[in-house]
Design a binder for this molecule. Structure first.
Ligand code: ADP
Length: 260
């Protein structure tokens, strides 16, 4: 039985110094409750990818603790990793595999029995409108289909925590909205979500709680309105501009300021 106060993701004083001396994380703490839709926002170079890499075992922290549903991400790596589904920023599909093989191989890697893999593959292909493409190699898919397949692959082993690293960077508006429908549905079904995005409207709409990260530290966290209040501004976008020291770019300054 999970402990009553068990977090989906608990990060305490996380530090990461790369071998070249860059201190990407300088004592980061966040706690994501089961069922949360949590946003991690910050400028490029803030440490978002490093945090995700540490949580998923792709990078070794130099200090601090990470627990995924109570499992230590280092000493209990297998149990922590299986609880996470990762949809990375880059399209990292194996172009020699077919769509269904992509899902099947991922399930195999996570120890799913063959029959379960087959059923889950069919279910996900259906959900993501990829059934007709099942036997196509991933190289032949459109960009939008690749994005959907990456999301389906992340969900294949039924993770309890889904990490989405800028899943909508560069996608068209229809696909972006489609992806948000999927992830909202998945969240409503009980999957906890950690999202990084540069689209503040998206974060505002989707995320119950948001953390601002800059220079490897958490500058503020809370609901969108808490962050606005914290910076003494009207909305999340203006709070973000305050975070990055660019308050002058606020749209509220521009509106009405330009006359024909
Ligand atoms: P974000 O995802 O928020 O853009 P990153 O986590 O990628 O930020 O980067 C945080 C800092 O760590 C940056 O200064 C970046 O240059 C540095 N960094 C990231 N990966 C490496 C690496 N493998 N080796 C050295 N420095 C790195």
């Amino acid at each position: 039985m999970p402990a009553a106060n068990e977090k989906a993701l608990e990060i305490v004083d996380l530090e990461k110094r790369y071998p070249n001396g860059v201190e990407a994380l300088r004592g980061v703490s966040i706690a994501i409750e089961p069922g949360d839709f949590f946003g991690l926002l910050g400028p490029n170079g803030a440490g978002k990818s490093t945090l995700i890499h540490c949580a998923t075992g792709l990078a070794q922290p130099t200090g601090g603790e990470i627990r995924v549903f109570g499992h230590d991400a280092l000493s209990d790596y297998g149990a922590a990793r299986i609880a996470i589904g990762l949809a990375p920023q880059e399209i990292n599909l194996d172009m020699f595999l077919t769509v269904e093989e992509t899902l099947d191989f991922h399930g195999g890697y996570f120890g799913m029995p063959k029959r379960d893999r087959k059923e889950r593959t069919e279910e996900l292909l259906e959900t993501f409108s990829l059934t007709e493409k099942a036997r196509q190699r991933t190289i032949a898919l459109s960009g939008g289909m690749k994005r959907r397949l990456i999301l389906a692959r992340a969900l294949m082993h039924r993770p309890r925590l889904l990490i989405l690293d800028e899943p909508t960077a560069g996608v068209d508006i229809e696909l972006r909205l489609e992806l948000w429908h999927y992830v909202q549905k998945i969240n409503a079904e009980g999957v906890t979500i950690l999202l990084t995005t540069h689209y503040l409207e998206e974060a505002d709409q989707l995320c119950g709680r948001i953390a601002f990260i800059a220079g490897g530290t958490i500058a503020a966290q809370g609901r969108s309105e808490d962050l606005a209040a914290r910076y003494g501004v009207a909305n999340l976008e203006d709070a973000y501009l305050a975070l990055v020291g660019r308050r002058e770019l606020s749209r509220s300054h521009v509106e009405g300021g330009v006359t024909a």
